[in-house]
Design a protein around this ligand. Structure first.
Ligand code: DC
Length: 245
């Protein structure tokens, strides 16, 4: 005789999606190497929201600075060139691809020369103002959003429905980055990676405009000892509880 499986009576823990009529902004901030992007993307897909990678916008700006030979000290030239690029995303792609002047720029934004200058570029106050405006426009067009970056909960969406702050020990973050690079077939110097991470944390959190801070009302998750799936499950559980309140 057929006995219905227990799972048909008890919905799976993974079946939660944000109700379609409910606009929801979830922010995920934290330093590099905490696995934010991957888990933010996966969380968005599981619970039925769009995913915004704001780091990609700053990376695109850094790529534009290099590729147009703009002097890094010429703030007005940087802001005006980046504004003319009208950075936006192709939401039909998964994850959405970033476009400058309507052309994909994804292939460029993770190159080493871009990564090397993105932190100081992201520290330019006028550029941040431009990006914050753009991100809020994107949220108006995509009001069901998981937005990931450094200032999403603190500056861009202070009224977000749920705010997360992901952290991890610098050594763990360096080891993760090393693994990523090895998988791409690159040579790795872990001590150098660790030093870079510490330097980047310092510059991201001490800059005057939009520094990396943990919003007071954020759920803080230390991912040092958690698997990727473990982190996603924690995020999903928190969202489920908070959205259902
Ligand atoms: O997350 P990522 O490594 O792609 O970010 C690239 C750089 O952009 C990094 O130096 C931090 C900065 N950034 C920022 O200042 N504010 C954001 N909202 C997102 C990224």
């Amino acid at each position: 005789m057929h006995t219905p499986a227990a799972t048909t009576l008890t919905p799976s823990r993974r079946e939660f999606t944000v109700p379609p009529d409910r606009n929801t902004i979830i922010t995920i901030d934290g330093p590099a190497g905490t696995g934010k992007s991957t888990v933010a993307r996966e969380l968005a897909s599981r619970i039925g929201l769009d995913f915004l990678d704001t780091g990609a916008m700053y990376r695109a700006a850094a790529a534009i600075v290099i590729d147009f030979g703009i002097d890094q000290r010429d703030i007005d030239a940087i802001v005006s060139k980046v504004a003319s690029a009208d950075l936006h995303f192709d939401w039909a792609a998964d994850p959405p691809t970033i476009l400058a002047w309507d052309k994909p720029i994804d292939h460029r934004i993770r190159d080493a020369d871009v990564t090397a200058i993105v932190s100081p570029i992201a520290g330019i106050g006028k550029l941040r103002e431009h990006m914050v405006r753009k991100q809020r426009i994107i949220a108006n067009q995509h009001p069901r959003l998981v937005s990931e970056g450094r200032d999403q909960g603190s500056v861009v969406f202070p009224d977000a429905d749920v705010k997360f702050y992901l952290d991890a020990e610098p050594a763990v973050r360096a080891a993760r980055r090393a693994e990523q690079l090895r998988a791409e077939g690159r040579t790795v110097n872990v001590d150098r990676l660790l030093a870079d991470i510490i330097a980047r944390d310092h510059s991201d959190s001490t800059r005057e405009d939009g520094p990396l801070v943990c919003p007071e009302d954020a759920v803080v998750i230390d991912t040092s000892t958690l698997s990727r799936d473990g982190v996603i499950q924690r995020l999903e559980d928190e969202v489920r509880v908070r959205i259902s309140l």
